[in-house]
Design a protein around this ligand. Structure first.
Ligand SMILES: Nc1nc2c(ncn2[C@@H]2O[C@H](COP(=O)(O)OP(=O)(O)OP(=O)(O)O)[C@@H](O)[C@H]2O)c(=O)[nH]1
Ligand SMILES: [Mg+2]
Length: 287
């Protein structure tokens, strides 16, 4: 499948990209959110360029859904690059206690400069950036202890920037999710689609599910087999990803009249279960 099909860069994203650049001068640091399940695919290559030498803290959401083995490898990778990063999860709360200390360490010089100027109590300001649906509004709500930012499980929920104060000494700027106009690699677009960063209606849902089947066959065949109680040999090479999707539908009893398999329903359920971590903890990008 050509990557162009999966490329999604509506007009409002160009606007967001521009606004990120414009707001940079108003903030002390940038919080870049990545998805712990796809640390590479969720990294917007334009952010480094736009942010320049503004201090940046990288937070990886949905840590509880990612494969701990690879999270460890990614953590080591970021550490090696000298990029502070924290794996966290809004649902389990893991990682949250590390965020403030990391922000303070990142801004130590700046905080010291403010103190010297007699502005010790000055609030710090951070802009949160990241791909659609990665969890920007959720982490802002969690850090501010409010429900100020609108959260929904689909990309494109936040449409405007919004400042939200926290009681942790900093104010946070929520921004709409943004992608970039050209993916280097087809896999990036595919990973963004299967994890829910690209609107499901941009692509045919069965196509996305078949892509997911392909990735799971390659990376987590045992978890796929176990979850859907597939018979031995179900993932043999002779079967296409669509064949396997049908087998999953059959195993679940998703039939339409005439005994045919309801592959659309199967596709929806497979994606939903993957996105909710029901098939197991998974990471699709390797260091
Ligand atoms: N399991 C899990 N789900 C999360 C986490 N963070 C966010 N979510 C869920 O992900 C979905 C999207 O969260 P949002 O906070 O709306 O994401 P966003 O980045 O603001 O999305 P846009 O505004 O559309 O760009 C919601 O269903 C959240 O509950 C997390 O750390 N773990
Ligand atoms: Mg949002």
């Amino acid at each position: 499948m050509p990557s162009e099909i999966i490329q999604w860069f509506p007009g409002h994203m160009a606007k967001t990209r521009r606004e990120i650049g414009e707001n940079l001068k108003n903030v002390d640091f940038v919080i870049e959110l990545l998805d712990a399940r796809i640390p590479k695919s969720s990294e917007n290559p334009e952010i480094s360029r736009i942010c320049g030498d503004k201090p940046r803290l990288t937070l990886l959401s949905r840590a509880a859904l990612a494969d701990p083995k690879y999270s460890k490898e990614w953590k080591a990778y970021f550490a090696e690059k000298g990029r502070p990063c924290i794996f966290y999860d809004c649902i389990t709360g893991e990682g949250f206690s590390e965020i403030m200390p990391a922000a303070r360490a990142l801004l130590a010089e700046k905080i010291e400069r403010y103190r010297e100027k007699g502005m010790a109590g000055r609030r710090l300001r951070a802009m949160i950036v990241g791909i659609p649906n990665v969890g920007k509004s959720s982490i802002i709500n969690k850090l501010s202890g409010t429900k100020s930012a609108k959260v929904e499980n689909r990309p494109g929920v936040t449409r405007q920037k919004q400042w939200i104060p926290t009681n942790m000494g900093f104010d946070l700027l929520d921004t709409p999710g943004v992608l970039w106009p050209k993916f280097d690699d087809q896999k990036i677009g595919e990973n963004l689609a299967v994890t829910g960063a690209i609107k499901d209606d941009i692509l045919d849902i069965e196509t996305i599910a078949a892509i997911l089947v392909g990735r799971l066959r390659e990376l987590y065949p045992d978890k796929l087999t176990a979850r859907y109680k597939l018979k031995e040999g179900s993932l043999d090479e002779e079967f296409t990803n669509f064949d396997v999707l049908e087998k999953i539908g059959r195993a679940r009893g998703f039939l339409v009249s005439g005994g045919e398999i309801d592959t659309e329903r199967t596709a929806k359920i497979l994606l939903e279960e993957f996105r909710n971590g029901k098939i197991g903890r998974m990471t699709l990008d390797r260091v």
